[in-house]
Design a protein around this ligand. Structure first.
Ligand code: 13P
Length: 253
């Protein structure tokens, strides 16, 4: 049985007061949930504060996710943050290959694969995002696109590397748009991803958690999470609202 995972990707949002409010609120609201694993993803600037808050007894069950890193461990890379630095702060997960990084910051499959490997080299768990654009979906190439993105990482890191990784299917057309993939559309791509991995290693395929991301909210979480191959969510906008995020976490419990 794969443990469900719900990750809040706060993107470039949050003040120190908001980080405090969110973590304390989510911690309290999710205190009684026994099965779901929950992670919050603040900006790198707020990671220290988030780590301090999550070290408290009340919020000790919350994990930390970073939204990005640079693939080198240290060096003359002005403005960047490395995996060993995140590890020192107790970060558990690192989101790599998010479509916003691929599109706005021109991250290629090679860059994403390097970040994936660097994350694992420091003992952290990458959450590898894949997803197609609206044009690609309309052209009927969704499966092809996500498999190419996944293969780029498998070719660099090996199939075994997926043993300690999480996948996230994030159709670009459903991110921040209020448009969600239907449960059938989402399940179909999750199934395709898992079956593809199973061709190389069935145990890895059965063990890997595949999250859905793209306008997950309190109203659609239950039906999405009840699909056979959907193991939780990577939540953007709705993760900035305590009650809504807690409700999503409850749907996964
Ligand atoms: P929204 O939930 O705001 O659509 O964002 C999804 C996402 O990009 C999570 O990483």
């Amino acid at each position: 049985m794969r443990q469900k995972l719900v990750v809040g990707n706060w993107k470039m949002h949050g003040s120190t007061a908001q980080v405090r409010r969110l973590i304390e609120g989510v911690a309290t609201g999710s205190a009684g949930l026994a099965k779901v694993e929950i992670a919050v993803g603040p900006t790198l600037l707020h990671m220290g504060l988030a780590a301090e808050l999550c070290a408290s007894e009340a919020a000790g069950h919350l994990k930390l996710a970073a939204q990005n890193l640079f693939a080198e461990p240290a060096g003359a890379f002005t403005g960047e943050v490395s995996a060993p630095m995140l590890a020192e702060y107790g970060v558990n997960y690192v989101i790599v290959g998010h479509s916003e990084r691929r599109e706005i910051f021109a991250e290629t499959d090679q860059v994403v694969a390097a970040k994936f490997k660097a994350t694992q080299a420091s003992g952290l768990i990458p959450i590898l995002c894949v997803g197609e654009s609206l044009a690609q979906r309309e052209a009927g190439t969704s499966a092809e696109v996500v498999l190419a993105q996944l293969n780029a990482v498998i070719e660099t890191a090996g199939i075994e590397a997926l043993r300690s990784a999480v996948l996230a299917y994030e159709p670009i057309w459903a991110i921040g748009t209020g448009k969600t993939a239907s449960k059938e559309q989402a399940q179909e791509i999750h199934r395709v991803l898992r079956e593809h991995i199973a061709k190389s290693d069935t145990a890895v395929a059965q063990g890997i958690r595949i999250l859905y991301g793209g306008s997950v909210n309190a109203a659609n979480a239950t039906e999405l999470f009840s699909q056979a191959d959907i193991d939780g969510g990577l939540v953007g906008g709705a993760s900035l609202k305590v009650e809504e995020f807690v409700s999503i976490c409850k749907s996964a419990d």
